[in-house]
Design a protein around this ligand. Structure first.
Ligand code: ADP
Ligand code: MG
Length: 455
């Protein structure tokens, strides 16, 4: 069983990169690995509906990822919970050779594979940013006298696609021009690496040299979120140096930020001038047509259909941030999937309401889970996860009980919080704890946790 679980975890990691968040959370995350038998990988889906969808829509993706990771199975079998008993007791295949061809060198592509130009919906709000990112990907470092795209500086509010465009450049080059050495780095990581290399300086002079070398020897350097640059400890000096070294050698620099260089208070003027020296392009909030187009594109990718009135409702309601738009779409799909109904406008509205329900105080399910975990000294992953050791199962039931008592949440939502558990499990847990309240131990535990939460 363990081998199957480990392999499946690797596959899940790949899939989370490849599929949309919705597809991953709704369909893949709840699939469990059971065993490997006669060269066959056995997976288990929580319901028949989920099994059918995975087999129909995601099998190719699963096979693709297994292949990338170097695993080969004769076939992949997806069973449902009620068939599980026939498999769990089986011994797992022992011969690793059967499972694994010599593990292929995994192509090193650090970019999120779904962030591509193809998956980017172009509208008035982002047309120039898209076109310039594409031009940079096609001709990195190009600098003719008419137009300089170096550096390319993309700016705009959160969730509007800046990181998506940077990764698209990386993916495009990895695919079409793999000899080009591309580095993508969030400003925060760059900062941490720099200070880490400095702190080692007395014992390891190479650390600092390696840091400099790494960032000056690439062909394309993309730094995400430069608004986080701080004016401290020579950080901006080194960036200035890296910048010049690359620029002089005709290497491409791409920067993103939530604001224009002029509006970043904390940068030195000489760096600001450099940032402004190429093409600056902003991304604005998308208009309703673009928002609709984005929803339709995501639905296609997830192989889900929604009626026009729901699409319009979502596009109209969430009008500033594409990440939020995706999140709401995810909620609607998950919610209708959990209650096992074709989504209607009513259901969509309810889905978006569910996690905003409050009970007057500012207690929410996260706070309850946090308190219970702290009390029982277990991790949040454990409490929402699958483990059934006595201690974790008890803590889980108490958390479910408290959430049900204190918050006005639908059963399915509580089930969803606890890793997609069925609503009957939630009812069972609640009843079980209610009945044992007089049993002093549980009663005291609940009192303690309530007092931690001040309720
Ligand atoms: P930012 O870096 O600007 O905060 P991201 O690039 O992380 O935003 O985008 C947030 C989410 O919205 C990502 O999942 C991204 O794929 C999606 N997204 C943003 N713009 C578009 C677009 N034009 N078309 C399709 N998806 C988009
Ligand atoms: Mg970003």
């Amino acid at each position: 069983m363990e081998k199957a679980i480990n392999i499946w975890n690797e596959v899940k990691k790949e899939l989370s990169n490849k599929l949309s968040a919705t597809a991953y959370l709704v369909w893949i995350n709840s699939i469990e690995a059971i065993t490997i038998k006669d060269g066959e990988l056995v997976l288990c889906a929580p319901s028949k509906n989920s099994r059918d969808t995975v087999v129909k829509n995601y099998m190719e993706d699963i096979k693709f990822c297994l292949n990338i990771l170097g695993y080969s199975f004769t076939s992949i079998l997806v069973i449902t919970e009620d068939e599980k008993q026939f498999f769990v007791t089986e011994e797992e295949d022992d011969t690793l050779a059967l499972l694994k061809e010599a593990k292929k060198e995994k192509p090193v592509n650090p970019f999120v594979s779904k962030y591509t130009f193809d998956n980017f919906v172009v509208g008035d709000s982002n047309r120039l940013a898209f076109a310039s990112a594409k031009a940079v990907a096609e001709n990195p470092g190009l600098n003719d006298n008419l137009l300089s795209l170096n550096p390319l500086y993309i700016y705009g509010g959160v969730g509007l696609g800046k990181t998506h465009l940077l990764h698209s450049i990386g993916n495009y080059l990895a695919e079409n021009n793999p000899s080009v050495k591309v580095i993508y780095v969030p400003t925060e990581t760059l900062t941490n690496e720099y200070f880490a290399s400095l702190s080692k300086y007395s014992s390891d002079k190479d650390a600092y040299r390696n840091f400099r070398e790494k960032y000056t020897s690439c062909d394309v350097l993309m730094i995400d979120d430069v608004q986080f640059l701080q004016r401290k400890g020579g950080l901006q000096d080194i960036i200035f140096h890296i910048f010049n070294a690359l620029y002089m050698n005709g290497k491409q620099i791409v920067l993103s930020s939530d604001r224009s260089p002029r509006e970043i208070n904390d940068i030195e003027d000489r760096l600001r001038t450099r940032f402004e020296g190429g093409l600056m392009t902003d991304i604005d909030t998308p208009n309703i047509e673009t928002r609709i187009a984005i929803i339709i594109k995501k639905l296609e990718k997830e192989k889900v259909t929604l009626s026009d009135d729901i699409i319009y409702f979502l596009a109209e309601k969430i009008n500033t941030n594409i990440r939020e738009l995706e999140g709401s779409l995810l909620k609607v799909i998950m919610y209708s999937q959990l209650i096992n109904k074709v989504p209607t406008l009513e259901i969509a509205k309810e889905a978006l309401k569910v996690d905003t329900i409050e009970n007057g105080s500012n207690i929410d399910s996260n706070k309850i889970i946090e308190a219970v975990c702290q009390y029982f000294r277990i991790s949040q992953n454990e409490i929402v996860g699958k483990k059934r050791t006595k201690e974790i199962a008890e803590a889980r039931m108490i958390a479910i009980y408290l959430i049900r008592e204190l918050l006005d949440l639908p059963l399915v939502t509580i089930g969803q919080i606890f890793g997609g558990r069925d609503h009957s499990t939630i009812i069972y847990s609640h009843e079980k704890i209610s009945q044992s309240l007089n049993n002093t131990k549980v009663g005291i535990q609940i009192k303690d946790i309530r007092s931690m939460l001040k309720i």
